[in-house]
Write a protein that binds this ligand. Structure first.
Ligand code: SAT
Ligand code: MN
Length: 584
């Protein structure tokens, strides 16, 4: 018997009968286990060594060229009632879904090892943490899960104590895109993923558990599972405000989470602490504030564009003990991607680099690394109680219309702002890049239930006994008529966060507009910034006519959710629309 928990043993046996592996390995998370896995993967060519002098214990993985991103069209939420999955999800009836995917799993681990991967999302001693077990036939997945979660013996001990865990079954299958499904059964706390080895499809603790299944559980239990980074901003007086921020995939969450203050701020004593870069679980504490943990233990970040200018902290943590997926390499076998100095020798497919074949690194190339290696990693990230959240920030990639920053007038307005979020699509999912789509709370691909119910759940936090965070919206991606970004972004985003903190602490005046509270130009510190003339004015302006169109489009979007849409949200949209009409 491999575990003290009969339900776990039975499930493993049942899966083994279906998938017929040659061997079963229960992962303990030890260093010896990892080294053995790495040796096996090097022998099999699943991992390639990188330059041990510049990048000790770092490896390159080249995935199948047809398996490089999440596949939203093959991702399903399988609830008994179709309306519970909602129009924001692809749906299949649970019975039909099990039948379809179990047929693919039949015999699929023949000749392979079945790994049982117990993991905990969040500090193992945290009441906010939740556990799961992933069964996989991919040693690459095991090695990634070891960095991305608290994996192994301690997690298993908690699972045995609690008797409750999310079941995740994964096989890379033959990596055939026509035999690929990512299926979620929230009512059974079960995930089944077949035919992909890519991060978000295969590391089941991440999007599948910590967002899709957890969002469903969070609604039942009165908490929030969100696609948000968590960052601590320490001011010169030594007070730290924790900010949770939602942006769609590949819109700079990792960079914001690891921001390095501009020199003038550093000199004054500003510090930035990284708690998490992708996922945030939060719930009301006894003091009525929202307390948050990062359920992950590592970063699965976008490599291209990560540079000494955009994210020096990330570069500093990537020179040892990291896995690089689909990056290029230099002549001396260092990992390379667009944005770094030097030149690539081989591209992400291992071909000699040729511009005609496209970039050296795949645009969605990733690094996996333990959070502890980040120089700005917050000691509070290990606090079992979590950190108190002062502000929630929503943001998207919008070339026009949306100001650099605005504040929601209250929680209900903030929920509308989050629900209306729009962003131009990125390479993190397959499909066209640069198309504007609504991505409510950056959860469109990740909410495990009907968005209308999700909005109602958000609204339900508007209670007298809670001291809720202030909600803001930012847009770092506004462009001028010359097509260039108007805002420098990266470290200078701290200037915007400083304004938010001034507002939270009640030190800065409110300039009310129909869309929310926008800074007066004098209240935003742009000292020392080389900005195009008129840029700041454009960044802070509210174009009433264009916003009227936006509100119409938001209204249509909300109507698309049908009768389950909470009336309060529609009323809020109407309130903003009439405030705009008065000004037009
Ligand atoms: O889905 S992943 O976790 O692989 C990355 C992302 O899209 O945020
Ligand atoms: Mn993400």
């Amino acid at each position: 018997m491999a575990s003290q928990l009969a339900a776990l043993n039975q499930w493993v046996e049942q899966v083994a009968r279906l998938t017929t592996p040659d061997a079963i390995h229960w992962c303990d998370g030890s260093d010896a286990e990892l080294q053995q896995l790495q040796r096996g993967m090097l022998e099999a060519g699943i991992l390639l060594p990188l330059n041990p002098d510049t990048h000790p214990n770092c490896f390159l993985h080249r995935s199948d060229p047809g398996d490089v991103a999440r596949v939203e069209h093959l991702t399903f939420v399988c609830t008994k009632d179709r309306d519970d999955a909602g129009p924001n999800n692809h749906w299949m009836a649970p019975e039909a879904a099990h039948e379809k995917i179990d047929a693919l799993f039949a015999g699929c681990m023949k000749g392979r090892t079945l790994y049982v991967v117990p993991y905990c999302m969040g500090p193992v001693d945290s009441p906010l943490a939740r556990c799961g077990v992933e069964i996989t036939d991919s040693p690459y997945v095991v090695a990634n899960m070891r960095m991305m979660t608290r994996m192994g013996a301690a997690a298993l001990a908690r699972i045995e104590r609690e008797g409750r865990f999310v079941k995740g079954l994964h096989s890379t299958g033959e990596l055939d895109p026509d035999r690929r499904f990512i299926m979620h059964f929230p009512e059974e706390l079960t995930i089944k993923s077949f035919g992909s080895g890519y991060g978000g499809n295969a590391l089941l603790g991440k999007k599948c558990h910590a967002l899709r299944i957890a969002s469903y559980q969070a609604r039942q239990e009165g908490w929030l599972a969100e696609h948000m980074l968590i960052v601590g901003i320490e001011n010169p007086e030594g007070k730290t405000h924790y900010v949770a921020a939602a942006f769609p995939s590949a819109c700079g969450k990792t960079n914001l989470a690891m921001l390095i203050p501009p020199a003038a701020y550093r000199e004054k004593g500003w510090k930035v602490w990284t708690v998490g870069d992708d996922i945030c679980w939060m719930q009301p504490g006894p003091d009525g504030r929202l307390w948050a943990i990062n359920p992950e233990a590592g970063y699965f970040g976008v490599a291209p564009g990560t540079s000494a200018k955009t994210n020096p902290n990330a570069l500093a943590m990537l020179d040892r003990d990291a896995i690089f997926t689909n990056v290029g390499t230099t002549a001396d076998n260092q990992p390379w991607w667009e944005g770094l100095d030097g030149v690539p020798a081989l591209d992400w497919q291992g071909r000699p680099f040729d511009r005609a074949n496209g970039p050296a690194a795949h645009p969605n190339a990733r690094f996996t690394v333990s959070a502890k290696q980040c120089p700005s990693y917050s000691p509070e990230a290990e606090n079992p109680q979590g950190v108190p959240i002062s502000a929630i920030v929503f943001g998207g990639r919008r070339e026009s219309l949306v100001p650099l920053v605005f504040e929601a007038r209250d929680w209900r307005h903030g929920v509308l702002v989050g629900a209306s979020m729009g962003s131009e699509t990125t390479a993190a999912a397959t499909g066209a890049v640069g198309v504007m789509r609504r991505d409510s709370m950056a959860m469109k691909p990740f909410c495990g239930y009907n968005f209308a119910d999700y909005f109602a759940h958000w609204l339900s936090f508007d209670r007298a006994d809670l001291k809720l965070p202030t909600i803001f919206h930012v847009n770092w991606f506004r462009k001028g008529s010359d097509g260039k970004f108007l805002w420098p972004g990266f470290g200078d985003n701290l200037r915007v966060l400083e304004w938010m903190i001034g507002r939270i602490e009640g030190r800065l005046p409110a300039r009310e507009t129909p869309i929310g509270i926008v800074p007066d130009a004098v209240d935003l510190n742009v000292e020392g910034l080389a900005m195009a003339p008129g840029a700041l004015k454009t960044l802070l302006e509210v174009d009433v006519e264009a916003w009227q169109h936006e509100l119409l489009s938001i209204g249509e979007y909300l109507d698309g959710f049908g009768p389950r849409m909470p009336a309060a949200l529609r009323q809020e949209q109407a309130r903003v629309a009439s405030a705009l009409a008065v000004m037009a």
